[in-house]
Design a protein. Structure first.
Length: 271
């Protein structure tokens, strides 16, 4: 298993602190967050990653093509192209894309805006080794970020672009919250060919308002079953941990990283 930590997990730390701590706790990769990248700069970030020998599982995020974040459609596309170029320099395997909220558009128009944006970004990414992947966001915590909220709507987008190489980000927090048995996760086998990145998060309750994730194994998301099915179906990409919200807020980042590493070693890593 290729293990990674999203910088969202240690939001208040600098990139320098992130990189040193992730490596010290035994993680081999990092999921980069663009606001932190802007703070340090692409060149210094690349140098730091090389110094510590960390791979980049993802760069988050580009998109927002519906204007729900206040930007125009063309601006969002240009930003996405810049994100592809940054991902290439940093050696990121995946660029995460969010659709944007409905923003008073009818569904068909929102879909067209998303399709146009994805086509433009993928055209740029074809010249690189960067994969472009759309992430659905649970409607309970992300209506303003994405009108693509579940597996069905994500596949609808991907199937509408048969000539465009777009994958999906499978975040357990957003897509596997309501699974209670292994049978509830059998759909995973069918989507592995589309999955470019798996993000792991746990929670005690279905999202309502802000995201509220808890330490892995302390919530209701069947992480072990999910990983077992993915591994059995041939998934060989990164597992990127993203933990944010009130349940982890009182904990130190060192404690979060220590628990996460222990969870992997005791519950997920073979042997």
């Amino acid at each position: 298993m290729k293990l990674s930590i999203s910088q969202m997990t240690t939001l208040r730390w600098s990139t320098e602190e992130d990189v040193e701590a992730y490596r010290r706790h035994g993680f081999s990769a990092i999921g980069l967050w663009r606001p932190k990248l802007d703070e340090l700069g692409i060149e210094k970030t690349a140098e730091l990653l090389a110094e510590y020998g960390l791979s980049v599982s993802s760069l988050s995020w580009a998109g927002g093509f519906t204007g729900s974040d206040g930007r125009g459609h063309d601006d969002a596309i240009e930003d996405g192209i810049e994100a592809v170029r940054a991902a290439e320099i940093l050696g990121a395997e995946t660029l995460i894309v969010l659709a944007g909220g409905h923003n008073n558009h009818i569904h068909g128009h929102a879909m067209r805006l998303l399709q146009q944006g994805l086509q433009a970004i993928v055209t740029e990414a074809k010249q690189t080794d960067v994969s472009v992947a759309l992430e659905p966001i649970h409607p309970g915590c992300g209506d303003e970020w994405s009108f693509v909220s579940d597996l069905r709507s994500t596949l609808e987008v991907l199937e509408s672009l048969p000539q465009v190489d777009v994958g999906l980000v499978l975040d357990a927090y957003h897509l596997a919250m309501n699974a209670t048995t292994s049978d509830d996760l059998l759909w995973l086998k069918e989507i592995v060919p589309f999955v470019r990145l798996v993000q792991l998060g746990d929670a005690r309750h279905t999202p309502l308002g802000e995201q509220n994730r808890c330490l892995l194994g302390n919530g209701r998301v069947p992480i072990e079953e999910l990983v077992s099915i993915l591994e059995g179906a041939g998934y060989d990409g990164f597992y990127e941990v993203e933990l944010i919200g009130e349940d982890v807020e009182p904990l130190s980042y060192e404690e979060v990283l220590r628990h996460t590493r222990r969870y992997f070693e005791e519950r997920l890593l073979p042997g």
